[in-house]
Design a protein around this ligand. Sequence first.
Ligand code: ATP
Ligand code: MG
Length: 185
Amino acid sequence: MRELSLNILDIAQNSVRAEAKNIEIALLEDENGWLTFRITDNGKGMDAETVRRVSDPFYTTRTTRRVGLGLPFLRMGAEMTGGSFSIRSKPREEGEGHGTVVTAVFNMKHIDAVPLGDMVSTVCVLLQGQPDIDWLFIHSTPAGEVRLDAAELRSILGEEVSLGETEVINWIRDYLDEQYSSLNP
Ligand SMILES: Nc1ncnc2c1ncn2[C@@H]1O[C@H](COP(=O)(O)OP(=O)(O)OP(=O)(O)O)[C@@H](O)[C@H]1O
Ligand SMILES: [Mg+2]
């Protein structure tokens, strides 16, 4: 993938497909150029066998089941920079606390690192497509933090306004753009 944000979009869409009600997208950047990206959902989760299969593209070639490339691509992208990748998941059948956490660490200073890309558009696309999910987006950098809490926004706007409405999305875009531009001193 040419931009990390497209990868993030794909992983977040996995959480949507897993019927998650809460999805947190967290980006943490440190002053040395390491970027940790973590998506946490409370969707239906996966059993241990599926977790093994989806993170290893070579393993999947032995099965007839179609397995996508979102997770293997993310893993490859992270590992190519000297970073790491992990998935933790608990299937719904096992009861409370089910869901999935995907974590990838990138060395953004590595020659093979791709740029982060347009996170504001990524967040807007996700919100517009799934306005009823409680999205939490946090991008923490040494220069400050960008944050959007869909549940909080919904409680301010009232239940009759959908977060997917064009005016609301435009407002969210401006709100995020403003936060990003106030990061750079
Ligand atoms: N957050 C999640 N919760 C539950 N299952 C997941 C989650 N993420 C991935 N999976 C399972 O892992 C599989 C592989 O995911 P991956 O993103 O690699 O490919 P895909 O979504 O199937 O296809 P593609 O991303 O190429 O369109 C999914 O089909 C799904 O079964
Ligand atoms: Mg996918």
